[in-house]
Design a protein around this ligand. Sequence first.
Ligand SMILES: *Cc1c(COP(=O)(O)O)cnc(C)c1O
Length: 374
Amino acid sequence: MQRVKNFNPGPAALPRVVLERAHAEWFDFAGTGMSVLENSHRTKPYEAMQADAAARIAALYKLPSTHEVLFVQGGASTMFATLPFNALGDGKRARYLVTGTWGEKAAKEAKTVAKLLGQPEPAVHSTKRAEGWAFASVPAQGSVPFEASDAYVHLTTNETVDGVQFDLGGPAALPTVSSPLVADMSSDFVSRPMDLAKFACVYAGAQKNAGPSGVTIVIVDKAWADACRNDIPVIFQFRTAIENRSLYNTPPTLGVYLVREVARWIDEQGGLVAMEAMADHKSKLVYDAIASSAGFFTSPVDPAARSRMNVVFRLPTPELEAAFVKAAEGEGLVGLKGHRIVGGIRASLYNAVEETWVLDLVDFMARFRKLHGH
Ligand SMILES: *Cc1c(COP(=O)(O)O)cnc(C)c1O
């Protein structure tokens, strides 16, 4: 069996140990004599497993009991609409910080929902540029006119397509706001310690860094969710998932199971502190390879806002970029093609991407550069 070195943006690499454990339990989940796929979600073994999955996520983040970990379906894209449906009301305006492709989509959905609900249009603060790499930074501190009356402030902690990430300090730090803060953390969830108690709501499609596609992790402040609208369909209300411990309807059972195994693996590796150290180390290897390439590889992103999860870079021409992707594939380095919207190269370095794969990638980068005369 030949396993590749997987730099896919999502669905993405999963820890080998997680796949092995799921494989070992494939025909007999928790001694039930059937796979997790075949279990009812209304059984003790399943419910205990799901509760353990939520508890493990909460423990990784040291989450206080004010917040609840939920598992829902529909992906982060569904949350783009679910969030404003829940949280827009009283004539208050939402505020969106747009630092990339996903945030732009989130803001667009909020605009549609605001209109449907007869609420004011969201305020959008975008760092999009007219030329070059469209998104390359996060808003300068103090540049966004937050208001205490904002319904909520939404941002994307890591922009997967554009390679732009908020930091926890310094010039690209997450803003401090007095209104409810909401974050799409799809592509840097469980990649670093963070005080999630500061957020009213955090959501993440699991398939980037926390598990497979099909399950979306939502972490909400219960008091905030309780104050959200109750005149929308129950299936869309956050309180429904909270009150029913994510068992109002059938949850994505296999996905939840794999998220639990990923959370267990992270814990065994040393928790989020260890994940952050590895993410810093792996991304530095690639950014250093870019910096020392005498301009053959270039990063289009502001150094303060460069992502440690999705490292994007360019080569002198699109033809060389295509040749780079093809030659890399020949060496078992896969998933390096940039998103179709932006082109270029993207190396996604999620938790499960092994250090040796990244060492092989930077070695390949150096050889490719020499081969092409730099
Ligand atoms: C992948 C991604 C999404 C979309 O996720 P789906 O689960 O496909 O809806 C949204 N936001 C970010 C930051 C992403 O990386």
